[in-house]
Design a protein around this ligand. Structure first.
Ligand code: FES
Length: 367
């Protein structure tokens, strides 16, 4: 059998996809479209359902195409959509991964966030979204020899909720305490479900910690994460495996308080680290893009990804936090600083991730 040329395959895929986008009924059409051009839906997911998750968040039930590689609780996927003529992508950690292949993502509205606003307000049931392969390292510990402690702040609840649901489906085979922080009560997601788990499963315990509301229920507390709060709610922390997820500042405090006490500590931050005060971020540098021979003047104060986007470019990216490697690119010369570690990198030919790297000198990049 003669292989079809790649360009012809791409053309056929584009045509079938376009037809699938405009015709109904979508599920049936997608089914047949996938059989005409196998794998065409691997990178797409259809919105099957949407429901409100909190005052500022929605949950979307997605059906990824048949060729999609699946996901484990705790991992992330890149979700994308075309908004105002541009493809916008962000990473989300599915909050449920179902046996029938469907996944749920819970999207919190972010101030100024184009994709989160679109997913919260505008995306219709039946629409197609882009979906990338799963990535990320923070998953359930393989060892079931010790109780767990999950610490979640804001959107950090999403990977931990997925893991909590996976454990609940197995009847909670290990003792688990979940402490989840939000400013206000109406910003908390999954409250009824978590209370149901706590009621039905003796091994599970949840505390909703509020930083801008007063506590009125038995399972609510107030205050930011600190040593006294952890000692009060988790007096046996030295027996626990701890998983923490939230903004970078929250994860830093959790690590400082728990990493040395607990049996094991793992974490994931979904915001870039604060740039240390002693690092000079003033001024700008010349960045040469070798492929297009463009020379840009970019500020040293932001990540290369943000600086290139502000200059009107659209570099490939996924998680924007140094995990998925989508934004990896070659550097031919110049010095850079890693946003997580603060380390300077002077090696002339090396690879970097644009989202967690700032320019420290003039650069030449393989872009
Ligand atoms: S966008 Fe994921 S590593 Fe940079």
């Amino acid at each position: 059998m003669t292989a079809r040329p790649r360009s012809a395959r791409r053309l056929a895929r584009g045509l079938v996809r376009r037809v699938a986008d405009v015709m109904a009924p979508p599920q049936a059409l997608a089914f047949w479209a996938d059989r005409l051009v196998p794998g065409m839906d691997a990178g797409r997911a259809r919105v099957l359902e949407r429901r409100r998750a909190s005052a500022d968040a929605v949950t979307l039930v997605l059906q990824p195409g048949r060729g999609w590689g699946g996901c484990r609780p705790g991992r992330h996927v890149s979700i994308g959509a075309e908004i105002e003529g541009r493809r916008v992508r962000r990473s989300y950690s599915p909050t449920a991964i179902r046996a029938d292949g469907r996944i749920e993502i819970t999207v919190k509205r972010v101030a100024g966030g184009k994709l989160s606003a679109f997913l919260c307000d505008d995306v219709a049931v039946g629409a197609w979204l882009d979906i990338g392969p799963a990535f990320g390292e923070m998953t359930l510990p393989a060892q079931r020899d010790a109780p767990l402690l999950f610490l979640a702040a804001g959107s950090g609840i999403t990977p931990l909720m997925s893991m909590t649901r996976a454990l609940a489906e197995r009847g909670m085979p290990v003792r688990l305490t979940l402490l989840v922080w939000a400013r206000r009560r109406d910003e908390l997601c999954f409250v009824d479900e978590l209370r149901g788990f706590a009621r039905d499963m003796p091994g599970f315990d949840v505390r909703f910690m509020l930083t801008g509301d007063t506590a009125t229920e038995d399972d609510e507390g107030i205050g930011r994460i600190d040593a006294a709060l952890l000692a009060k709610h988790v007096p046996d922390i030295e027996t626990r495996r701890v998983l923490a997820c939230g903004p970078n500042d929250f994860v830093d405090v959790a690590r400082r308080l728990a990493a040395s006490q607990a049996l094991a500590f793992d974490s994931e931050a979904f915001t870039p680290p604060r740039i240390a005060d002693d690092i000079d971020t003033s001024g700008s540098v010349q960045v040469t893009l070798a492929a297009s021979q463009r020379v840009l003047t970019l500020p040293r104060s932001s990540s290369l990804l943000e600086a290139l986007e502000a200059a009107g470019l659209a570099p490939a990216h996924g998680c924007r936090m140094g995990i998925c490697n989508t934004c990896a690119c070659g550097k031919r010369s110049g010095s850079t600083r890693h946003l997580h570690t603060g380390a300077l990198e002077h090696e002339p030919v090396t690879a970097l991730r644009l989202c967690v790297t700032r320019a420290a000198s003039d650069l030449v990049l393989d872009l």
